[in-house]
Design a protein around this ligand. Structure first.
Ligand code: CUA
Length: 650
């Protein structure tokens, strides 16, 4: 049954050293079981067991899938404009994409993470980082909408982010690239010792979810790659993997791989809180955008924040330590007990595990192996818990089940490997198709995993789907991990790059999922709550249309008196109060997207008419049997015309 059909050789060369790794990859492996289809099959009308939030990577968005079916339910726009929903195009949400660099229409979304209470996923919010222009977004899990985005100053390549602590006290953001802090004009080759690595701690308001950049630790200019908070006993600590402790500024594939070991940076954030409280910080002038969407006014505002509290770990004892970790580690994961810190050297064949209690003992004994920029380095053997030996090639990320097992992805040997915490023995391995990055188990990075399924997120698709030209969709794969052996039960395509994902049981979200926006709670300043209130006003060359939509007409639907040179604001309110009755609107020649307006919601787009004539608008969402009749006209007169503003619906 499991014939090795294809021998795949992966040649991996670095520094003139060539490792030849041979693995047996059968593309059909795992899908031969006769009833395999039933295991991920959700019959028509039935519902999935888990919500999965899968990042869109370079699409900048967040996709909501069901598990085990893999079905796509929604693409939540986060860091990129979305013409389908009007996000980043309508006047209400444009401020969400404001930054200290101005309006940015795109982002690179990497790691979704769900809010937690007592180390368990609680279904309040989903956080996700933006890599390119460092930001963190918060998605409300009642509305499934992006409600907040905060920019991070002094940071670049926000990769070790957002990772939520046990009670969602903080989400974190470690800079992947060392940069001058504060930014300044200087020679690039003076990087070493001069560039810095900012580790940002963003405090979460427990009632509202609002994010505040509480403080930044200005650490040495290494590349802070991934992060994971401590759990239980190690709660209060945050662990970051680093690479490029060589502090090279060029040809990193060679120059950042010189040393045998890089570090895991262990940060005691409770200690940081003490230092903040004691006033042992400096305040740095800076600039970063903080954008909040208010559900009551249905509008986003962007505020430019001006300063940040800075902690210097070289001067503050007990704040930060370095744990040596072999071979340019990437993933940094903490098991549900909080005792084990798993680092994956991406140029290694082993998975190295450090012990939190041993680390604390080494700190208490003040037994260090030197220091780096004033930060103590713990002796490698003193904190070492164990090594999963020769588990595969190129370990990246580890998640956990509730039975004491770790599951590590191996990029180079393209497989998922299951191993036992404590004995460090390999229990099982299954190929992925191909080149897996992250793996995700629902709750798998919390204290309470739901170890029934594992999703592998692959970087290369090749022959798994029908070809679609040079660009292929990225592939996710679902494994049943409920038994001793993992079983591949489904492939499903994703949007963008499914970089990482987070998932939770549906009962956490289904009941509270919002169905409509109540009209009486709509405090949008341009809302129109009945057809009687609809009107068109002129203020100089600004024309404001207060419009409503309901099955199956707009009010008003005939408008005259608009002129060339006007700026026409469509403020459109959907009067429906039934679940799943959105309407859309678009205007011929408008240089923006449609609006897709949910029941009880108001949205605005701007149209600057360029041609004299009578121009139609229409509903873009098939809303009723008379959807095609849901249309109207606007008469556009020359600039010097004296046609008066007039509106009607008969
Ligand atoms: Cu309203 Cu179609």
């Amino acid at each position: 049954m499991k014939k090795m059909k294809k021998m795949k050789k992966i040649i991996f060369g670095i520094l003139g050293l060539t490792i030849v790794f041979t693995s047996c990859n059968n593309p059909k492996d795992g899908a031969i079981n006769s009833n395999i289809a039933e295991e991920s099959y959700i019959a028509p009308g039935e519902l999935d067991e888990y919500y999965a939030f899968m990042s869109g990577g370079f699409s900048g968005q967040l996709a909501v899938h069901g598990l085990p079916s893999g079905r796509l339910f929604k693409v939540i726009p986060v860091f990129s404009q979305d013409p389908e929903k009007g996000y980043g195009y309508n006047e209400e949400t444009k401020p969400m994409l404001n930054t200290s660099f101005g309006f940015i229409p795109w982002g690179d979304a990497h790691h979704p993470d769900l809010s937690q209470t007592n180390g368990e996923i609680d279904g309040r919010w989903c956080f996700i980082n933006e890599n390119n222009t460092p930001r963190i977004a918060r998605i409300d899990l009642e509305t499934f909408e992006t409600v907040e985005i905060i920019e991070l100053p002094n940071s670049a390549g926000n990769h070790s982010s957002p990772y939520v602590t046990d009670n969602t006290e903080y989400v974190v953001a470690g800079t992947r690239f060392g940069v001058p802090v504060p930014q300044k004009d200087m020679p690039i080759n003076e990087y070493k010792g001069n560039f810095k690595g900012a580790l940002s701690f963003i405090k979460i308001h427990q009632e509202t979810g609002e994010m505040d950049l509480e403080f930044q630790i200005i650490a040495p200019g290494f590349d802070y790659d991934k992060a994971h908070p401590g759990r239980r006993e190690s709660h209060g600590w945050m662990f970051f993997t680093t690479y490029n402790v060589e502090e090279s500024n060029t040809l990193l594939e060679v120059n950042a791989s010189q040393r045998d070991k890089d570090f895991i940076a262990a940060v005691n954030w409770k200690k940081a809180e003490e230092y903040i409280k004691a006033g042992e910080f400096t305040t740095m002038k800076t600039e970063y955008a903080h954008n909040i969407y208010d559900e009551h006014t249905q509008m986003a505002t962007s505020t430019m924040e001006k300063e940040v509290k800075i902690l210097d770990p070289s001067k503050l004892p007990g704040l930060m330590y370095f744990l040596p970790m072999p071979k340019s580690p990437h993933g940094c994961d903490v098991d549900p007990s909080g005792e084990y810190i798993v680092g994956s050297g991406k140029l290694s064949a082993n998975v190295t595990v450090h012990s939190f209690s041993k680390m604390i003992k080494a700190i208490e004994n003040k037994k260090f192996d030197g220091e780096a920029y004033g930060i103590p380095i713990i002796n490698f053997e003193d904190a070492l818990a164990g090594v999963v030996k020769q588990a595969g090639l190129g370990p990246l990320h580890t998640e956990f089940d509730e039975k004491g097992n770790g599951y590590t992805s191996f990029f180079i040997s393209s497989e998922v490997v299951k191993w036992k915490i404590g004995t460090w023995e390999v229990l099982d391995r299954k190929p992925t198709y191909y080149s897996v990055g992250h793996v995700m188990i629902p709750g798998g990075n919390s204290q309470k995993p739901f170890g029934k399924y594992l999703v592998a997120m692959n970087k290369i698709t090749k022959d798994r789907y029908l070809p679609t030209g040079p660009e292929l969709c990225h592939s996710a794969q679902l494994y049943d991990i409920s038994g001793d052996k993992m079983r591949l039960i489904l492939d499903f395509p994703t949007i963008g790059e499914p970089h990482y994902a987070a998932a939770c049981p549906t009962n956490l979200l289904m009941e509270k999922s919002k169905k409509i926006y109540h009209l009486e709670d709509n405090h949008h300043p341009y809302a129109t709550k009945s057809e009687e209130e609809t009107r068109v006003t002129r203020e100089g060359n600004e024309v404001h249309i207060y419009m409503t939509m309901i099955r199956s007409h707009f009010a008003p639907d005939n408008i005259e008196g608009v002129r060339i040179g006007d700026k026409v604001f469509f403020h459109v309110t959907n009067l429906e109060q039934d679940f799943d009755i959105p309407h859309g609107i678009s205007m011929m020649g408008a240089n923006t997207s449609e609006l897709l307006i949910m029941p009880g919601q108001t949205e605005t787009f701007v149209w600057e008419p360029k041609k004299v004539g009578v121009w139609p608008f229409y509903c873009t969402d098939f809303c009723s049997a008379l959807h095609q009749e849901m249309q109207g006209y606007i008469r556009v007169s020359p600039e010097n015309s004296n046609v008066e503003i007039k509106w009607s619906l008969d």
